[in-house]
Structures are given as C-alpha cells and as structure tokens.
Design a protein around this ligand. Structure first.
Ligand code: CMP
Length: 142
C-alpha cells in the first residue's frame, strides 16, 4: 500500500552537506518527498518528538545532539514507505548497518546516526502530525 513516513536528516548529516545524496537515495528507491523543511529544533520540540525515550539513559544526549544544529525534516510517500525507508537507513547503530545503507555510509556512531525514520505506520502518522499541518503536505496527484 502507498504509505507516508517521517524522515529526519540529523545535524551530523546536515553538517556533512549530504542532504542531496540522501534525498537521491529516497528518490532512487521510489519514495517521493511530499513535504520538507529545515528547522533548528528547540529543546522542547526535540524532547516532545522523542518523548517515548524520556526514561532511556541516552535521552539527554539524544536531545542535545538533535538541537546541536539544523535538521532537515521530510515526509516520504510511496509503496511500503515505512519499511522501505528503514531498509535505506540501515541499523540504528552504524556499526551494525549493512553496506550501502545511509547509516553505514554517512553515520559515525549510534548517537550521531545521520537519519531518523518512523518505525511503523501508526508512529509515522503521529510523527508527521508533530511537524507538519495537513496543508503543508503535497501528495502526488498524477
Ligand atoms: P532514532 O531512530 O532517531 O531514535 C532514537 C535515537 O536514539 C536513535 O535513532 C539513536 O540515534 C539514539 N540512541 C542512542 N543510543 C541508543 C540506544 N542504545 N538504542 C537506541 N537508540 C539510541
């Protein structure tokens, strides 16, 4: 089924100037960018986005990293978009990520791992709504 997923290019990858290379991977895999914005997240925004991780030991470092510079946030649309984006990203820890995945190629550590992607269609809907109003999303018409 055609799905949408939320993707974030994290501060490490924005700083490395590889937004375009990552977008190319989405597009070559058949995913369309139907909404996008570059944002310097506030601490409150980052804490809210990652609220499910609030009790995890890495939470404070995660939030500090996510506000260390601008992020590029996009909605990807396409057949099986949630799983497809996760395949493109590779494992959370770049040391475990398969060769040719975004994290294997651009990330250095589990903390600075280049990209975020929703893990299921339900969380995708929540994450998309967290950052985008419905009229900011431009689905493919034809
Ligand atoms: P992300 O998909 O953005 O979701 C939460 C982030 O926390 C994750 O990517 C990692 O960058 C970061 N993180 C740091 N340590 C861990 C860990 N032990 N397990 C999962 N995520 C971690």
């Amino acid at each position: 089924a055609v799905e949408r997923t939320l993707s974030i290019i994290k501060p490490d990858a924005v700083a490395k100037n590889v937004i375009g290379e990552i977008y190319t991977r989405f597009e070559k895999a058949g995913l369309r960018i139907v909404a996008a914005k570059m944002v310097q997240l506030s601490r409150e925004q980052a804490e809210g986005f990652y609220a499910v991780h609030r009790e995890r030991p890495f939470f404070n470092d995660l939030v500090s990293f996510m506000i260390s510079g601008p992020v590029m946030i996009q909605v990807l649309e396409g057949e099986n978009a949630v799983a497809k984006n996760r395949d493109l990203m590779g494992a959370t820890n770049p040391k475990d990520a398969a060769p040719g995945t975004i994290r294997a190629d651009f990330a250095v550590s589990i903390d600075e791992n280049a990209v975020h992607g929703s893990d299921a269609p339900e969380t995708a809907a929540q994450e998309i709504a967290y950052f985008f109003k419905s009229d900011e999303i431009c689905p493919r018409i034809r």
